[in-house]
Design a protein around this ligand. Structure first.
Ligand SMILES: *[C@@H]1O[C@H](CO)[C@@H](O)[C@H](O)[C@H]1NC(C)=O
Ligand SMILES: *[C@@H]1O[C@H](CO)[C@@H](O)[C@H](O)[C@H]1NC(C)=O
Ligand SMILES: *[C@@H]1O[C@H](CO)[C@@H](O)[C@H](O)[C@H]1NC(C)=O
Ligand SMILES: *[C@@H]1O[C@H](CO)[C@@H](O)[C@H](O)[C@H]1NC(C)=O
Ligand SMILES: *[C@@H]1O[C@H](CO)[C@@H](O)[C@H](O)[C@H]1NC(C)=O
Ligand SMILES: *[C@@H]1O[C@H](CO)[C@@H](O)[C@H](O)[C@H]1NC(C)=O
Ligand SMILES: *[C@@H]1O[C@H](CO)[C@@H](O)[C@H](O)[C@H]1NC(C)=O
Ligand SMILES: *[C@@H]1O[C@H](CO)[C@@H](O)[C@H](O)[C@H]1NC(C)=O
Ligand SMILES: *[C@@H]1O[C@H](CO)[C@@H](O)[C@H](O)[C@H]1NC(C)=O
Ligand SMILES: *[C@@H]1O[C@H](CO)[C@@H](O)[C@H](O)[C@H]1NC(C)=O
Ligand SMILES: *[C@@H]1O[C@H](CO)[C@@H](O)[C@H](O)[C@H]1NC(C)=O
Ligand SMILES: *[C@@H]1O[C@H](CO)[C@@H](O)[C@H](O)[C@H]1NC(C)=O
Length: 783
């Protein structure tokens, strides 16, 4: 996702928000007594039909109900009529929530809708061939609500709009107008909402006309050049009704005017971001406006200490002051700001003490986001941090925060995103809140053991590289149901104490490293539902702990310590699939849902302690190992959905504990072996041989004629070739789009002073979504 498209989406979201708010608002205020049960006049119907003729492309059929034979135009999509007079009073055909705008031009016939009060044509390509606003719009003088936003009109902002003196709502944002903002807009004395933001090259050198809009509540002039305007606060102060003032990227020269008598008692939102103000923060005019709920001052390069007056802004919910050049300080006591929900001060403070900072926030039980990245902050995370139970997003990246992570950290049950990298956090990794989705704590001096279990089932991105984490590797590295990918590391064989390796449901690719068979203690190996290809390693017999002898001895060690709880809970899904065996019998190998090729190694039959073997949904070929019956402990065997061929080995009848068997959808041939156990299994699961055309004999319907058997048996070499080329094409077709993913995590296990890196990878879009969420909250239009 490149910067510009991200920006567009952001702006769209921002705009849609105010759009819906205001529509509801304006609609309530005008109190039009409307209904759709009345009948429209034939004249107005014809007018609308000729409006429809101006539309050359309505690919979603928004206007499909507008047709003859369906004559009551009051019931057409987007039309509202007055219940008193029956006249059309509202025409709303915006394409805001669709991705297919209507194309065409606005027919002058609309002029016949003399009673029209509400016109919304926004987000359609209705600028016509020459891009100018049709002049007749200036004659629709009953209009109360006019929305032409996102229509690519060009030229200067039309003077004729100033004729519409009943207007309460005017939105021209994201059009392509340029030139001077006409002061005649000051004639629209009923305006409550004015959005003329994000047009092309628009400027104003005198904004005194604004103060004639004495009912104005909402003004957005973002991206209008106001570089000559030095009396902004004085003009605003003449409009006591103002609630929202949004002036992003307006080249405003300063905000250090003083106001003697403040009339702005209703102001709730003030956004002056992206204006290079460059003077002391304390000299700004707005600190006295205690009604402000949202104050955004990103990229303003204000500097110096925040004034104590900030501590009296008791309505404040959002304070955004990022990217201001690290020349500000914040020691204000915020104990009275009990409504604070977000604080973003990244890249803005010259120094600070996190202990003090957090302690001065102690009223903020609603705090949701605390972001203080790159602020040269020292001190330790205070234990009072745990009282911020709503805190969801914490970013302390690139400071000098030291000490241990607070003990109550696990109790912060709403936290999902925790950025702590590049600090001086030491001591052990704490237990994580179970809600956590992202933990980035690389480049600290964390040491000691990893927690035995991460206990963060929602974790999507974990980076703890470049620390001093030493000592014992956890008994199991349960990291499944993540978005990790990359190839399985060769050094995995070094984790000789590992008993459970559960990396299922990730996006690992590459092959299974032979080194995995160095894990002599391994009892449970699950790599299911990844993208793993290549062969099953031959030396599987090295898995000592999966043999009958070892399983007999190690039952007690399988009754883990406290980690058992977490593990068995996390495994519920699988346990259910395996019936009632529970964790105790969990000696198993699950490689299902991958792209493994080649044969099932004969050596696997040495693992006579194995109770579950699942190799289904791969591309395994060759024959089922003749000796498979020697896997005496097998309870569940699933080889379905592969390309296995040849006879089903008769040793299968040696199984004594088997309660589940599935060989369906292979290319097995010949006579089905019979035996009491197999017959019972077949009754329970009659599809276990499905999709093997060559199988015959009871319990199947098909009789075995020796002829067809021989033919099919002799044919398997050619078939193998075919299916191999089939894999190849399939692989191309379903190929993993690597470009969509990005490597950004590294998990370090430092063991015995060796430094192996475990590259884990998370989905790019997870990362982007985080950035966007934050961006929207910040109204940050830069990325
Ligand atoms: C709307 O019109 C109906 C029918 O003319 C009338 O009964 C009702 O009182 C009106 N409502 C308002 C809020 O004016
Ligand atoms: C009409 O618009 C849709 C989507 O906006 C587009 O796919 C289609 O090609 C257009 N049709 C014509 C005739 O231009
Ligand atoms: C633009 O087109 C309209 C008709 O579509 C026409 O009335 C108007 O004069 C044109 N304006 C210019 C500047 O060419
Ligand atoms: C402005 O409105 C007046 C009546 O209110 C009308 O006579 C005039 O034609 C309108 N001007 C334009 C440019 O539509
Ligand atoms: C609109 O405002 C201008 C001054 O900006 C004024 O000269 C003009 O008479 C006003 N027009 C109307 C119709 O009020
Ligand atoms: C903001 O204005 C500049 C020119 O001043 C223009 O290039 C840019 O496209 C405008 N931004 C938007 C989002 O319209
Ligand atoms: C606002 O305050 C100023 C003093 O700065 C005063 O002169 C003016 O009359 C007030 N305006 C309104 C609309 O209340
Ligand atoms: C800010 O305005 C300048 C022109 O004044 C424009 O070039 C730039 O693209 C704008 N920035 C954003 C983020 O819209
Ligand atoms: C940070 O502030 C706390 C509380 O005032 C103080 O105890 C601590 O020494 C400060 N830390 C540093 C590194 O100055
Ligand atoms: C975390 O919460 C639990 C239960 O609510 C409580 O027993 C425990 O003391 C808390 N831990 C800390 C460090 O606050
Ligand atoms: C992996 O196994 C191969 C062959 O046994 C060995 O040469 C190699 O050193 C092992 N790699 C690691 C990182 O242990
Ligand atoms: C199964 O074998 C037959 C003949 O041996 C062959 O024609 C067919 O393509 C094979 N099917 C698959 C799915 O491998």
């Amino acid at each position: 996702m490149d910067g510009s498209s991200a920006k567009v989406v952001l702006l769209l979201i921002g705009a849609s928000f105010s759009f819906f708010l205001l529509i509801t608002h304006a609609h309530e205020q005008q109190a039009v007594n409307t209904t759709s049960t009345s009948f429209c006049t034939p004249q107005e119907r014809d007018t609308l039909l000729s409006f429809k003729q101006g539309i050359t492309n309505d690919s979603l059929g928004l206007l499909s109900s507008w047709r003859r034979g369906h004559d009551d135009c009051c019931s057409w999509t987007g039309i509202t009529c007055s219940s008193k007079t029956g006249h059309v009073v509202k025409l709303n055909v915006n394409s805001f929530l669709t991705d297919s705008p209507m194309v065409g031009q606005i027919s002058p016939s609309l002029l016949s809708l003399k009673y029209l009060q509400y016109l919304d044509l926004s987000t359609n390509f209705l600028a016509g061939p020459n891009g100018s606003v049709p002049e007749f719009i200036g004659s629709l003088n009953n209009l109360i609500h006019l929305d032409l936003s996102y229509i690519p009109f060009s030229g200067t902002v039309p003077l004729l709009l100033s004729n519409l003196t009943k207007l309460e709502y005017l939105d021209l944002s994201f059009t392509s107008f340029s030139g001077r903002v006409p002061p005649q807009l000051g004639n629209l004395s009923n305006l409550r909402y004015l959005d003329i933001s994000e047009m092309q090259d628009v400027y104003s050198t005198d904004i005194s006309w604004l103060s004639r809009l004495h009912l104005l509540e909402y003004i957005d002039m973002s991206n209008t050049t106001l570089s000559k305007i030095t009396d902004l606060p004085l003009v605003l102060n003449d409009i006591p009704t103002l609630k929202n003032v949004i002036l992003l990227n307006c080249s405003l020269p300063s905000a250090n005017q003083s106001i003697t008598h403040l009339n702005l008692t209703q102001l709730e939102e003030l956004d002056l971001s992206l204006n290079y103000l460059g003077h002391p923060i304390a000299s700004c005019w707005f600190w006295k406006v205690t009604s402000i709920k949202s104050l955004r001052l990103d990229d303003t390069y204000l500097h110096g200490p925040f004034p104590d007056a900030l501590g009296d802004m008791v309505s404040l919910q959002h304070l955004h002051f990022t990217c201001n050049g690290n020349a500000a300080t914040m020691t204000v006591d915020l104990k009275n700001l009990c409504d604070l929900e977000s604080i973003y001060l990244d890249k803005s403070l010259s120094s600070g003490n996190i202990t003090d900072f957090v302690d001065k926030l102690h009223c903020s039980s609603k705090l949701y986001a605390l972001s203080l990245a790159s602020n040269n902050m020292i001190g330790m995370l205070p234990s009072s941090m745990k009282h911020f139970t709503s805190l969801n997003y914490i970013d302390l990246t690139n400071n000098s925060v030291s000490g241990v992570m607070p003990r109550g950290f696990r109790n912060m049950t709403n936290s999902e995103y925790l950025h702590l990298s590049s600090n001086r956090l030491s001591s052990q990794m704490p237990l994580l809140p179970t809600s956590l989705k992202l933990l980035h704590a690389q480049m600290n001096i964390l040491s000691g053991h990893l927690p035995l279990e991460f206990r963060a089932p929602n974790l999507e991105s974990l980076i703890i590289s470049s620390n001093y984490i030493t000592g014992q590797v956890p008994g199991s590295i349960y990291l499944s149901w993540n978005k990790f990918y990359g190839s399985l590391p060769r050094w995995i064989g070094d984790l000789v104490t590992l008993r459970i390796l559960y990396l299922g449901h990730n996006m690992f690719n590459g092959d299974i490293p032979v080194n995995i068979t160095d894990l002599r203690e391994l009892q449970y190996l699950n790599l299911a539902d990844n993208n793993i290809s290549g062969l099953i390693p031959l030396s599987l017999s090295h898995f000592n702990e999966m043999t009958l002898k070892a399983v007999g001895d190690s039952m007690s060690t399988l009754a883990f310590d406290e980690s058992l709880d977490t593990f068995s809970l996390a495994m519920k899904h699988e346990i259910l699939n395996y019936g009632s065996h529970g964790v105790v019998h969990m000696v198993g190998i699950d490689l299902s849902l991958n792209r493994l090729t080649g044969e099932i190694p004969e050596e696997i039959t040495c693992l006579d302690g194995l109770s579950n073997l699942n190799l289904s949904w791969n591309r395994l070929s060759g024959k089922i190992p003749e000796n498979i019956g020697s896997m005496k402990s097998i309870e569940s065997l699933d080889l379905s959905r592969n390309y296995l061929y040849g006879k089903i080995p008769s040793s299968l009848t040696d199984f004594t504990y088997v309660s589940y068997l599935d060989l369906s959808y292979n290319n097995l041939t010949g006579e089905v072996p019979s035996g009491r156990q197999l017959d019972t299994l077949y009754i329970e699961n009659p599809s276990m041989y499905n999709g093997n055309i060559g199988l015959c004999g009871p319990p199947l319907q098909k009789n075995c004629s020796s002829n067809s058997y021989a033919q099919e048996h002799g044919d398997h070499k050619g078939q193998e070739k075919d299916s191999n080329s089939m894999f190849f094409y399939y692989g191309l077709g379903s190929g993993f789009v690597v470009g969509y993913w990005v490597v950004f995590c590294a998990l370090l296990f430092k063991k015995l002073w060796k430094v192996p890196y475990f590259f884990l990878v998370a989905k790019l879009h997870v990362y982007v979504v985080i950035t966007w969420t934050r961006g929207i909250a910040k109204r940050n239009i830069r990325n």
